[in-house]
Each structure stands twice: as C-alpha cells, then as structure tokens.
Write a protein that binds this ligand. Structure first.
Ligand SMILES: C[S@@+](CC[C@H](N)C(=O)[O-])C[C@H]1O[C@@H](n2cnc3c(N)ncnc32)[C@H](O)[C@@H]1O
Length: 435
C-alpha cells in the first residue's frame, strides 16, 4: 500500500529519466537505466571507478519520461537479446545499436523530451564527450552528403546481417573457438560514426564468454573512399577478457595488407573471420590462405568456378561453409540482394547439402541434364553426377558448394572450362573427375 502511495507521489511530482551511460573502458557495452537524478547517478558511477582518469562514465543519451520503471521494463523486454546478462541492464553497444535504442525510446508513448545536460561537471563531461571522430557538423557535411556518397559505393560496402553470421557460426562445434584468438580484419567494432559497425565484431563480443575466446581483434579500414571525411585513421580494437582497447597506431591504414595487420595475422591470430571487400577478394584470399590460419569468410558464390580461386578448391585448401547468403545491408542499412557464400578450412560435419548431389549411373541421368559439348566433353546439370564415368566432365559451382570434392571427385584443371555448343560459348564451369 505504502509503496503504491510512494509511486503515485513519484509520478505526480518528480521528474523521471532514462539514460544511456558508458564506461570508457568498455566501449562495446552500455547501461540503460532509470533515475530521478541524472547528475547524482553519473557521479555515483564515477565514484564507483575511484575517480580513475582512465575509466570514466559518460552519458550518451538522456531523456525525460512519464514512467521510468515501465519504460525501463519495456526496453529490457524489447532488447533482451542484446543484454549481456539477464540480471543486469548492460546492453551491447555500437553506433547502430545505439541508434536503435534511442529510436525506440524517442518513439515510445512515455517519452517526454531529450535532455542535454549542463551541469557542474561540465568540464569533465565536455572532456569526456570529445570524440576521436569529429561529428558531421564539425566536418561540415550533412547526413544527405553522407548518403549521396554512400550511394556511389559498390558492394564492397555490403554489410553482413547478424542473423547470417549467427546461422553459420552456430553450426560449428563450440570447441573450435576455445582459447582462440579471432581476427576480424575488415570490421569496425565500435565506430563512433554511423553505418560502419560490423555484426562480426558484435557477434564475437556478445559470445566472447560462451565461445571461451582468448582474444578478439578487429580492425577498421580508413578507406580508399573516405565516406565520412574523417581522414585516414585505421584503428585496432582488442578485447581480452573484460578488457577492451582501441588504438590508432601512427600511419596505420587498417587495410588487411597493412604491415601491422599482417603482423597481427601472423603472430596473434588463430581464426580469421570476416566478409572482406568483394573487389579485393583475390588479394584477400591469397594473404589468408598463405597465412596457414583457420578462416571462415564470406565471398562470391561463384568462387569455385572463378580462375583466381579454383586452385584453392582443387588443392583442398578451402571448401564451402554451410550457408549461402542472399542478402546484405548497404550503408543506408537497406536490404540488398547479392550472391555470397561462406568459405572455410574448418571441418564441416555431415554436410547437409550432400543431399542435393544426385550421384547415380550415367545412364540414369535424365537426357536434358547430360550433354556433350562440341569437344565431346560431358556437361552435367541440376546436381546430377555420374558415378561410373571415368573421363573428366564439367560442372557448375553448385555441386562444388554442395560438397562434391568430398565424395570422391577432384578438380583436374586449374582454370575455368568453357563448353561450346554448336560453336556457342556457354558459361564457365570446372572440370572434375572421379578419383
Ligand atoms: C563487404 S564489406 C563487409 C564489412 C563487414 N566485414 C561486414 O561483413 O559487415 C567490406 C568492408 O571492408 C572494408 N575494406 C575495404 N578495403 C579494405 C582493406 N583493404 N582492408 C580492410 N578492410 C577493407 C570496407 O570499407 C568494408 O567495410
């Protein structure tokens, strides 16, 4: 009864606030909380850290609301999947997620207004909110400019959706990650700017404990295209246990072939995991495969029949992962279609797509799916594979992605094979043969 009365008083007289706060030591997380005294709450957080100059809490967002308890509970419910632990109001953070939280709060019926703090702590707050990356206003560009520039960028700026990463990575045994150092070398984990944060980083940050990772390293590429006029400033983000560091080494571009990235790859990596830029895939594969490290990466679905990559499949240095990827997000966060596939050198257990291979005697393959080209080479389609044919025959990328090379067949030519039918060039394939 007493409690209800108190609640009523609180509702009628006291202003109530929702805040998002972050510690400078853990930039991949934030806390979303409720209070009736914003200044006091921030002071409490900073007292907790013993006034350490290196670990300071700052507000990222504050607003007045009609009922902070209800609002807090609804945020908890809406974003339960982004909470570090069920018992705490700690949420994973990157600029995309932050936008999501703020949008949810601002469009909620209990939202009153955003609060911009001017407090005695001004000095401290001003110092704290000084971003490493200048704001759009500071850089003299508008949101519209950013979007216009973004439109000019090709599929190198296609971002992987979180669910696609989760779908693929959940298929591998957890033990492959145990005590491992994961390197995401084309991934912005906690960029201060919009649209650049990577779901790869978020996946590993979120699952760091569950996967029992030893270390996560993610790098930010400063870019050929300086999308945000922020200058060329590559950075390295490291997470080891609870400790997180972000460094801007002098002269570091963040490119996967920058000397520092190569050093990390060589000396501080067990598994590479990313979606590298499509246009630089040839160089990326060369470097990654040469490193001898384990990898799990996304590339074009046609790689098994593309000359630059065929030798890797032929030499059994790479094989398809479990899933293809049909959609990515562009820098405007719109869904775009593109044909990607996971590739790896980590063992695949009982590949589910074996079932798409129809390995049967040649005579049983329907006539429309077996043809002989102008040079009398057999060309098969629709997943049909002859199990009694001794000579080389041509297949598309699909059977390779479905695991044909794990079923007693090998690629016998280092490059593409183009069948000609009645003098007409058909699309490229690879030549395989039963071993
Ligand atoms: C296809 S996007 C994928 C981004 C992110 N890995 C993901 O999956 O969402 C490729 C990313 O690599 C970045 N990039 C381009 N060239 C790079 C390079 N030489 N080294 C590292 N990253 C590069 C692009 O800016 C872009 O953010």
């Amino acid at each position: 009864m007493g409690k209800i009365k108190q609640g009523k008083i609180l509702e009628s007289k006291t202003k109530q606030y929702i805040y998002i706060v972050q510690s400078s030591h853990e930039t991949t997380k934030c806390k979303i909380g409720a209070t009736i005294d914003l200044k006091r709450r921030l002071k409490d957080y900073n007292n907790m850290t013993g006034k350490s100059k290196e670990n300071i809490y700052r507000y990222l967002f504050n607003c007045e609301v009609k009922d902070m308890t209800q609002m807090e509970n609804e945020i908890k419910k809406e974003y339960s999947y982004l909470r570090e632990e069920k018992s705490k109001e700690i949420y994973f953070y990157n600029s995309d997620l932050f936008d999501k939280f703020v949008q949810f709060i601002k469009s909620h019926k209990l939202f009153v207004k955003e609060i911009f703090l001017k407090t005695d702590d001004k000095k401290q707050i001003v110092k704290l909110i000084k971003k490493t990356t200048p704001s759009l206003i500071e850089r003299g560009i508008s949101q519209k400019d950013v979007l216009q520039k973004a439109q000019k960028i090709d599929n190198d700026e296609f971002y992987t959706r979180y669910e696609d990463i989760e779908k693929e990575l959940s298929k591998y045994e957890k033990k492959i990650w145990k005590n491992k150092r994961v390197f995401c070398n084309c991934d912005d984990p906690v960029d201060n700017d919009e649209r650049r944060t990577s779901a790869f980083s978020l996946y590993f940050i979120k699952n760091f404990k569950t996967l029992r990772l030893k270390k996560l390293i993610c790098t930010h590429y400063s870019g050929d295209v300086d999308l945000f006029n922020q200058g060329t400033k590559g950075y390295v983000f490291r997470k080891e246990g609870y400790k997180e560091f972000k460094e801007y080494p002098e002269g570091y571009s963040g490119s996967f072939d920058d000397p520092l990235s190569l050093k990390i790859l060589k000396e501080d990596t067990d598994i590479v995991c990313t979606n590298p830029p499509f246009s630089k895939a040839t160089d990326y594969w060369k470097i990654t495969l040469k490193s001898g490290k384990k990898f799990l990466i996304i590339s074009n679905i046609t790689n098994p029949i593309t000359p630059a990559f065929i030798p890797y499949f032929k030499n059994n240095q790479v094989w398809a992962g479990y899933n293809r990827i049909d959609y990515f997000l562009n820098p405007k966060k719109e869904l775009v279609e593109a044909a990607g596939h996971w590739y790896t050198n980590i063992p695949i257990k009982n590949r589910p797509k074996y079932k798409n291979l129809k390995i049967i005697p040649l005579k049983d393959i329907p006539i429309e799916y077996k043809k002989y080209d102008d040079s009398k080479c057999l060309v098969v389609d629709k997943g049909y594979i002859p199990n009694d044919y001794k000579k080389p025959f041509a297949v598309s990328a699909r059977p390779i992605l479905n695991g044909l090379l794990e079923k007693g067949y090998k690629i016998i030519l280092d490059t593409q094979y183009f069948p000609y039918e009645k003098g007409k060039k058909k699309f490229g394939r690879v030549l395989v043969q039963k071993t």
